[in-house]
Design a protein around this ligand. Structure first.
Ligand code: NAP
Length: 241
């Protein structure tokens, strides 16, 4: 029997992150449910376990150094390594968000969570990922982070947003830089777009389910060793930067 895979999903207490955890768990993987609120985390872990998932709770606020360091220690104690990290946690910062009147504090919160949070968690988990035979990192981005789409007249790219969309563009750029630095390792790192899914993030206005949105992250978590790195994917294929 092959060794059980170990994954950590950030922001896994609800929405797309929960469905990523459920999907990886259904494959027989052990899944760390990264979540900042204890009650929401434990509820999610219990629900996943009831569905047969080998889930364990990981207290994790991606904006907090001490929390992220403690999360890495917990994963190390639980599993000794990490095979897959899904950086899913994210915030929009609320709308409207026009650049001409955006609150700088909104900019800070969104970048701190959606970009710096990903870097913070990734760097804390890298020593554990390096112990895996086939490490994978999936950064949950968004099609609204595609500058190509944003600058294409008539393309559907959501409301004008000074913080959220650029934070995903920033995340995409950071993903490419990681791929370059890690190019001579076996770590594959890619960005994913889940499509417009009905979750708390958008007042449940999305037309896809969170489970549908999770599928691309699950696919990138299971890439073969000769799979792509430093790229951006949605269900239909490559997303233009
Ligand atoms: P969601 O239902 O609002 O879930 C967001 C998750 O992120 C929650 O678990 C939330 O935890 C967590 N989170 C936020 N800030 C955090 C922090 N500082 N530390 C740890 N966890 C934190 O949204 P979603 O739609 O599932 O979004 C998941 C990802 O997909 C996000 O990165 C989002 O940008 C991306 N995305 C979503 C859509 C869409 O249509 N829904 C489209 C494109 C991309 P709490 O419960 O504690 O707040």
């Amino acid at each position: 029997m092959s060794e059980q895979q170990i994954a950590l999903v950030t922001g896994a207490n609800k929405g797309i992150g929960y469905e990523i955890a459920a999907g990886l768990g259904a494959l027989g993987w052990a899944v760390g449910v990264g979540a900042r609120d204890e009650g929401r985390r434990e509820t999610a872990v219990e629900k996943l376990r009831a569905a047969g998932v080998d889930a364990f709770g990981v207290a994790l606020d991606v904006t907090d150094d001490a929390s992220v360091e403690a999360a890495a220690r917990l994963v190390e104690e639980r599993a000794g390594r990490l095979d897959v990290l899904v950086n899913n946690a994210g915030v929009t910062g609320g709308m409207p968000q026009e650049p001409t009147r955006v609150d700088p504090e909104t900019m800070r919160t969104v970048v701190e969570t959606n970009v710096i949070g990903v870097i913070r968690v990734t760097n804390a988990m890298l020593p554990l990922l390096r112990r895996s035979a086939s490490p994978r990192i999936v950064n949950m981005s968004s099609g609204v982070g595609s500058l190509t789409r944003q600058s294409t007249p008539g393309a559907e790219t959501g409301p004008i947003s000074a913080a959220y969309s650029p934070s995903k563009t920033f995340l995409n750029a950071v993903t490419v830089q990681y791929a370059k630095e890690l190019g001579d390792t076996n770590i594959l790192i890619n960005a994913a777009c889940p499509g417009y899914c009905a979750t708390d993030l958008n007042g449940f206005r999305g037309f896809r389910t969170a489970e549908q949105g999770a599928a691309i992250a699950i696919r990138l978590a299971r890439l073969p060793d000769d799979g792509p790195t430093g790229a951006f994917f949605e269900d239909a294929g490559v997303v233009p930067w």
